[in-house]
Design a protein around this ligand. Structure first.
Ligand code: PMH
Length: 392
């Protein structure tokens, strides 16, 4: 592969993402718009590539956290509407208008100051965020909400395109708190709709969309399920259809050696061979996101499970091979080999965290290879992108 020079890569199967988005679009019916959440480089998968395939599969809007992420998509040729879900600077309203990017608002002071600073004549599209119980960003009280709405209505600069909220516990099968949030959202929405009818109303993340397809208003913000991962382990038995995991991580053996009994492996000598053992060196480490806590986790090699022995180093770790294997043998850290699978769910379980974190933590040092229609469509090497930008 010409475009990268290390034998470690992430495979992002865009066919899976296409199928997940299509299945979800069917699940919510075609009257509901799908907003594909591609923040954090599309949860580590690759922002523009995921955005394009999600749009092809029926999504009509994109969402990110920060303005820079939206601009990155524009620079890569994405024309679809993009919502920035996080807080933006008031001084960046002009940039958002120029790039046709929708901003999230939730404070009247922000609007007043933004209006004072903004000198352009193009209207800026806004979605109003309501905090119905997540306690993160959002207007909470009726007064706060109506102040923001009336300011937008009075202003020539702004257009209220949407109103939304975010649920804190939609992935837990016990749904009392979701119901409380649904109620608060409906009440505040009712107050807003006395004054104005914003065209887009959305409350659903993946869990809400999968579990309550009839109650998600007219748009959903789809993240984790689009990537083929279930929002929580407890939701797995309740899924209305199978999700297809798009992300896998592979590398190749760079050194294979036979160590006698009692030899130490890696920093600190935390592993000693129990007998004569075949040890393989894998060129992936904690700087790639494969953190030290993964010592002892299995990887797949030659269709078999092989444990990580000794500490994970910055750029390499060692595995105990089932037998002698040739240099260059593919090692799968996440993904399938000969009927066995290590899912992001397994890695998350080992790390006592959520599956969302796993593709996000695989760093920019690992190139992403994109598969579409079962063949390689594109390879993105973030390290070289960076180099090119630095040179300019
Ligand atoms: N909408 C908002 C406002 C979000 O923050 C997220 C995900 C989504 C939609 C998509 O959720 P899903 O991936 O469960 O479908 N946000 C986060 C977060 O802040 N931490 O983990 C996921």
């Amino acid at each position: 592969m010409e475009s990268f020079h290390r034998d470690t890569w992430v495979e992002v199967d865009l066919d899976c993402i296409y199928e997940n988005v299509s299945a979800i679009q069917k699940h919510v019916t075609e009257d509901v718009s799908v907003i594909a959440v591609v923040k954090a480089n599309a949860y580590g998968h690759g922002d523009a590539q995921v955005a394009n395939v999600a749009l092809e599969a029926g999504a009509s809007y994109l969402a990110v956290s920060f303005l820079d992420e939206a601009i990155s998509l524009r620079r890569q040729g994405i024309k679809a509407p993009i919502l920035v879900m996080g807080a933006s600077r008031m001084s960046d309203v002009g940039l958002a208008a120029k790039e046709n990017i929708t901003l999230t608002v939730f404070q009247k002071e922000w609007l007043q100051e933004a209006e004072r600073i903004y000198k352009g004549n193009k209207q800026v599209r806004l979605h109003l965020k309501l905090d119905t119980g997540m306690g993160r960003i959002g207007a909470r009280t009726k007064n706060e909400v109506l102040d923001v709405v009336s300011l937008i209505m009075k202003s020539d600069c702004f257009l209220l395109e949407g109103v939304y909220t975010h649920f804190a516990t939609a992935d837990e099968l016990q749904s009392r708190y979701v119901e409380t949030q649904f109620e608060r959202f409906s009440e505040l929405l009712h107050e807003i709709q006395q004054l104005i009818s914003p065209p887009m109303i959305h409350c659903g993340n993946s869990a809400t969309t999968l579990r309550f397809p009839g109650r998600i208003f007219n748009a959903v913000r789809l993240g984790i399920a689009m990537y083929g991962l279930t929002p929580s382990p407890e939701m797995i038995p309740t899924l209305p259809f199978k999700l297809k995991e798009a992300f896998s991580l592979h590398t190749k053996l760079v050194h294979v050696k036979k160590l006698p009994k009692g030899e130490q492996v890696s920093y600190g000598g935390t592993y000693k061979t129990n007998e004569e053992e075949w040890i393989g060196t894998v060129p992936v480490g904690y700087a790639d996101g494969w953190i030290r806590k993964l010592q002892g986790m299995d990887v797949l090699v030659d269709g078999k499970l092989a444990p990580i022995v000794g500490r994970v180093c910055m750029d390499q770790f060692m595995i105990k091979l089932p037998y002698e294997l040739p240099l260059g043998t593919v090692v799968t850290l996440i993904g399938k080999q000969k009927g066995l699978e290590i899912s992001s769910n397994d890695v998350a379980k080992r790390l006592e965290t959520i599956n969302y974190e796993i593709p996000c933590m695989i760093s920019y040092r690992v190139p992403r290879m994109f598969l579409r229609n079962r063949s390689i469509m594109e390879v993105r090497n973030y390290l070289q992108d960076k180099l090119i930008m630095d040179k300019r």
